[in-house]
Design a protein around this ligand. Structure first.
Ligand SMILES: [Zn+2]
Ligand SMILES: [Zn+2]
Length: 178
């Protein structure tokens, strides 16, 4: 399995630096590891579906995995400000596979839903989604505990209720694989 240095964050397209700094700070605490900012990536045009006007998250995830095969971090987290989908779903907040995780910021903003901006809420959602997808890369599956970050978010209501913390069993499961 992969070795290497901690988690690397990769901005795909333009991503607000506040988001990167917040993730760097918090993810290093949650996963007890070093978090580095990698080289930005362009948004892969071929992941775009003309029909859906969304980006296919699995295609972007593959680019991240290829990228990490060269730079050798333990985990790679891509952050993109475009709406993501997988063929069976209307949208996804993120996706994980192997040692790579990807999150989309688009739907985490109140403005997307026609509501006034709420920056602290946006950042909390971003952290929640990042911990969830990275949790998968550490081998965690979905959890039935409503308050656990590994609970599957169908809607933002789920994301807001659960928040960025692991339940005790998920926490101990995760620390075993760190
Ligand atoms: Zn999940
Ligand atoms: Zn849990």
């Amino acid at each position: 399995m992969s070795s290497g240095r901690g988690i690397v964050l990769v901005a795909i397209g333009t991503v607000d630096n506040t988001v990167i700094e917040m993730l760097k700070h918090n993810l290093s605490t949650v996963f007890n590891t070093q978090v580095t900012t990698g080289k930005d990536m362009a948004v892969p045009g071929y992941a775009f579906s003309e029909k859906r006007k969304q980006y296919w998250s699995t295609a972007i995830l593959h680019v991240l995995l290829e990228q990490n095969a060269c730079i050798h971090y333990k985990k790679i987290l891509g952050i993109v400000d475009r709406d993501l989908y997988v063929p069976d779903l209307n949208f996804v907040f993120g996706e994980a596979g192997g040692d790579a995780a990807l999150i989309s910021l688009t739907r985490l903003r109140q403005e997307f839903h026609g509501l006034p901006e709420d920056s602290p809420l946006f950042l909390r959602r971003t952290l929640t989604e990042a911990v969830h997808e990275l949790g998968h890369t550490y081998g965690l599956r979905h959890c039935s505990e409503l308050q656990c970050v590994m609970f599957f978010s169908n809607t933002l209501r789920d994301t807001d209720r659960k928040g960025p913390e692991f339940c005790p069993p998920c926490k101990s499961e995760c620390s075993k694989s760190i």
